[in-house]
Write a protein that binds this ligand. Structure first.
Ligand code: HEM
Length: 478
């Protein structure tokens, strides 16, 4: 009996401790947003959330209003969905709402990369230098060369007839943007002589194609990896793929490349100077590939698809493209020189800009996450105030269509973590669509086919992807 009591007390303490850790005792305090823990301890709502995120969020919004806290896989996450109140969230100080903590945990879990203290500052400085201003011009030039190498390869015909080429629009757009972006950032194979130039280009085409195929496999595993709900087989496959990327993008392989972008070079250099292990730098190269190549392809797909579904908009953009080419003193003709599509020309396309903005508004759905570092009060636009507790929380902002609000469109995120590649990304997508319109005529194979549904399993990870591809055909215009 003497021993039994302490043992029982220990078991009871462990059970209570376990239940505490499972979040069983958390209660809504006065002033806090409605709390919905779900019925499964610790997991909370994670299964329904992953099954169809949008439907789940809508159900919660109906039940609780536009601010609520839910339990998801051990985390308490507060969702904020009133676009009129986004300002308060975006402008909140970093001492209270922190982006790095969440980002560091994610890159460790999904890419095996252990981040350093100074990471975010370096990313901002390097991106300001190479993805804006003069740096952006250089990147845009590199992208133009690579895009044309990829887009015009094997489409020309010796006869006067330009044959139609049929392809899936999603895979076509993703493939071209991914490979063009990868070669522009990570460099090209050097050509030793003029004759070997074509060989070097061929090698770049083959290598980038192989990388794209592996990237798509990882891309499909990514949402489940990020939410930590992969099967053992998927985990093994993810590890295999990661190993392939670390090797393909390794610092050593990069040393043999030409035209590596300043963005990638400076990121490697600074990490060397910090004394970071080379194998860890290789891992970071994959983080950057992911951040830079996962969104532009899918976003370009939507842009082209919406244009094809709205012929009057397509016609307006085509007219703009032809005018800008003409005003630059160039002419596109069979057998003539390639277009020199400059950064300045891309500044003169307001119609294409509007089409791009609108298409991003409709199809980019990032989740803006912040960890609550200090207890704080969130002030809503209509005067409501919510007390938000310090513990692992996320906040989410969405835009509402048709309502004029300051933060109506946030495809790039906002505040401290706003996408540093947004100017280059816009240019890449505009270049691609510009060149498509300048060189090709294209149409949907079945013009009456409906716009495919968005794949909601990817919700929260930037640009949305369609549940299925859409066939289209294209051929040289001249
Ligand atoms: C359509 C294309 C793109 C979209 C929609 C997009 C969107 C985003 C979003 C929503 C975030 C996270 C913001 C947050 O969590 O608050 C982000 C982060 C980031 N993006 Fe992009 N992005 C695109 C293209 C690019 C490109 C082309 C690059 C690089 C060349 C790039 C580099 C990055 C990096 C490095 C981060 C991490 C930022 C940080 O840690 O602060 N992105 N992007």
């Amino acid at each position: 009996m003497g021993l039994l009591l302490p043992i029982l007390a220990c078991i009871l303490a462990s059970v209570i401790g376990g239940l505490y850790l499972l979040g069983v005792f958390r209660r809504r305090l006065p002033g806090e947003p409605p709390l919905d823990k779900g019925i499964i301890p610790w997991l909370g709502h994670v299964l329904e959330f992953r099954r169809d995120t949008l439907k789940f969020i809508e159900r919660m919004q109906k039940k609780h209003g536009d601010v609520f806290t839910i339990q998801l896989g051990g985390f308490y996450i507060t969702f904020l969905q009133d676009p009129l109140s986004f300002g308060a969230f975006v402008k909140e100080s970093r001492e209270k709402l922190d982006f790095s903590k969440f980002a560091k945990a994610l890159v460790r879990k999904v890419f095996g990369y252990v981040a350093e203290e100074e990471e975010h500052h370096l990313l901002q400085v390097t991106s300001n230098k190479h993805l804006k201003g003069d740096g952006l011009k250089l990147m845009t030039e590199a992208m133009m060369d690579n895009l044309q190498t990829l887009m015009l390869h094997r489409v020309g015909s010796v006869s006067d007839q330009n044959p139609w080429i049929e392809d899936g629009l999603f895979m076509y757009s993703y493939n071209i943007l991914f490979r063009g972006g990868y070669l522009s950032l990570y460099g090209n194979t050097p050509a030793e002589s003029e004759e070997s130039e074509e060989k070097a280009k061929e090698k770049d085409r083959a290598e980038s194609q192989a990388l794209f195929c592996e990237f798509r496999k990882y891309d499909q595993l990514f949402p489940n990896l990020a939410y930590g709900v992969v099967t053992p087989t998927e985990r093994i496959e993810a590890k295999r793929l990661m190993g392939k990327f670390w090797n393909a993008l390794s610092v050593q392989k990069m040393m043999a490349k030409n035209n590596i972008s300043g963005w990638i070079r400076d990121m490697q250099q600074a990490r060397h100077e910090w004394g970071m292990n080379t194998s860890m730098i290789d891992r970071y190269m994959f983080v950057l590939l992911w951040a830079s190549q996962g969104n532009t392809g899918p976003s370009s797909f939507w842009l082209l698809l919406y244009l094809m579904k709205h012929p009057e908009a397509l016609e307006a953009v085509k007219e703009e493209v032809d005018r800008v080419v003409k005003e630059s003193g160039q002419e596109i003709r069979r057998g003539g020189p390639l277009i020199n599509l400059t950064h300045e020309m891309l500044l003169r396309t307001p119609v294409l800009d509007s089409a791009l903005d609108e298409s991003l508004r409709l199809t980019a759905a990032p989740l803006l996450t912040r960890a609550v570092l200090e207890d704080m009060t969130l002030k809503m636009a209509d005067g409501r105030e919510y007390f938000i507790r310090k513990d692992g929380s996320k906040k989410t902002d969405f835009y509402k269509q048709g309502k004029k609000v300051r933060y109506y469109n946030m495809p790039w995120g906002a505040g401290v973590s706003m996408c540093p590649g947004r100017f280059f990304a816009s240019n890449e997508m505009k270049q691609f669509v510009f060149l498509m319109l300048a060189y090709f005529e294209f149409e949907l194979k079945n013009p009456d086919e409906n716009i495919p549904e968005i794949d909601y399993r990817r919700w929260g990870f930037g640009s949305m992807q369609p549940v299925k591809d859409v066939q289209f055909r294209y051929r040289l215009r001249f």
